[in-house]
Design a binder for this molecule. Structure first.
Ligand code: MN
Ligand code: MN
Length: 475
């Protein structure tokens, strides 16, 4: 109980002074800001959860996006005519670009949202299995930046494609259905760690080469066979997919966390799932282009290999985007070069960033921090050290983005991903920036990024959707 006088004093403390109201930056909690839209946000996130439970690899996401595009009236570049407005193109089955020209011309420039659709995982090596008595082991090479120990004791599902001797494509998926087995990299029991456990650096908990999963344990019942565990595994694969060991040379098969998306917290406000990074931004960008009511030429771009440095023919480094626009210019008999179209464009590099985890608050500058539940994050720059290797967006462009978001009542925040000199990371923004377009990183904050169970707030997911849509719609 408080005395009336104390109560009044507290009231004075809560109430901001006139000068604070006028001069101070004020970032509100997004749940409070979007009070009436909470239900919509929850429904929206149910669909998002369904998407991430079903689509894990860059190929699966590309195929999903292609189906969605077709359903919404997009045609493939091969089918497009000079008057087609909605056109998409895929690249090696692992990228997709969608353009909705609206009432505009390419020479007006595009509103572009680009996201990456590769995520952390464990790739099967080309010699994918070996025996280590009493187990058949799946031989793995991790993909992207992981804290290796976080991937121990996690149920893993196998996803991928294999091309057999004849060149026929076989899709593999094991471990997603409830009645299917999963794979796992087992950790050492605590009882066997003494006395070195307490002093062990995290990097020594498991070495990269030891990140191999248990693939089987029942020897083949055949006295003539020497490697009975390996034979049993390959026979099971052969029974199901008609493949032999050598076929894994022409394959892209990986183990992904089999964990389904779950609500977190008594209020179900947070979604826990593998690889929000960056499937959440991919999902939001494509949903927003489908729902945006505007006539500007718009584009969504999904790229691969961001997690390994954007190198390779399906990455942002590939000429795929430029070639596509050049073909489009020709098809429509416009005169600009693809590079000129891109230079006139405005873009969002759609990627997640780090939210404040109060128990690790020492990694953040608390006066420049992003919080889960406070809306989408506009990140002027990332990079490491003295802002190395980052696209540092122009103040002019931020000024435009501010107007876009504030006029549409979008909850947004603008902290830095971490303390100065506390690690860092990159996105695809600097690679699109080379075309001289305006570009900035925008996406929801995430906790435990790159772990098998990342956390993001439903309201931030929804706020980011509204932000992307406003970007497409702004005059
Ligand atoms: Mn990312
Ligand atoms: Mn990442």
């Amino acid at each position: 109980m408080v005395f009336a006088s104390e109560k009044d004093a507290n009231k004075d403390k809560d109430e901001k002074s006139k000068i604070e109201k006028e001069l101070f930056s004020d970032r509100k909690n997004a749940w409070e800001m979007l009070g009436e839209e909470r239900k919509t946000a929850f429904r929206f996130c149910d669909d998002y959860k369904e998407f991430i439970d079903k689509n894990k690899t860059e190929r699966e996401i590309t195929a999903w996006a292609e189906r969605l595009a077709k359903k919404n009236g997009y045609v493939s570049f091969e089918e497009a005519t000079p008057t087609s407005k909605k056109i998409y193109s895929t690249n090696h089955g692992k990228n997709i670009v969608l353009v909705d020209l609206g009432n505009g011309k390419l020479s007006d420039g595009l509103r572009i949202i680009g996201a990456h659709i590769d995520s952390l995982r464990l790739d099967l090596k080309l010699n994918p299995v070996y025996e280590s008595d009493p187990f058949l082991m799946i031989n793995l090479h991790y993909y992207g930046g992981i804290k290796k120990f976080q991937w121990l004791n996690v149920p893993l599902a196998m996803h991928g494609v294999v091309f057999n001797k004849k060149g026929e494509k076989v899709n593999i998926e094991i471990g997603e259905k409830d009645d299917e087995p999963v794979f796992v990299i087992s950790d050492l029991a605590i009882h066997l760690e003494e006395p070195e456990f307490k002093e062990k650096p995290t990097k020594d908990i498991i070495k990269g080469e030891d990140l191999d999963a248990i693939g089987g344990s029942i020897p083949l019942d055949d006295k003539k066979v020497k490697e009975k565990l390996k034979a049993a595994f390959l026979k099971a694969i052969n029974d199901k997919y008609k493949l032999v060991e050598e076929d894994f040379v022409s394959a892209e098969v990986s183990l992904y966390p089999a964990t389904k998306a779950r609500d977190v917290g008594i209020d179900s406000g947070i979604i826990g799932a593998p690889a929000h990074d960056d499937r959440v931004c991919a999902y939001l960008s494509i949903q927003s282009i489908m729902e945006a009511k505007s006539t500007h030429p718009k584009m969504v771009l999904f790229v691969d290999k961001e997690e390994t440095g954007s190198v390779g023919n399906t990455s942002m480094d590939s000429m795929f985007l430029e070639n596509f626009i050049e073909k489009l210019v020709k098809l429509r008999k416009e005169t600009h070069l693809a590079k000129e179209v891109l230079a006139k464009s405005k873009a969002i590099s759609a990627d997640v960033t780090h939210g404040l985890d109060p128990k690790f608050a020492d990694k953040m500058d608390l006066s420049n921090v992003n919080k889960v539940g406070y809306g989408t994050v506009v990140e002027k720059y990332g990079g490491g050290g003295g802002k190395y290797y980052t696209n540092d967006a122009n103040a002019e462009y931020l000024s435009w983005i501010r107007r876009v978001f504030d006029e549409a009542n979008i909850p947004w925040q603008h902290g830095e991903a971490s303390k100065v000199d506390q690690g860092g990371g990159g996105t695809i923004s600097y690679m699109l920036a080379k075309y001289n377009m305006d570009i900035i990183d925008i996406g929801p904050p995430v906790l435990a990024m790159h772990s098998p169970f990342e956390l993001t707030s439903k309201i931030d997911v929804y706020a980011t959707f509204k932000a992307y849509k406003a970007f497409y719609e702004y005059k």
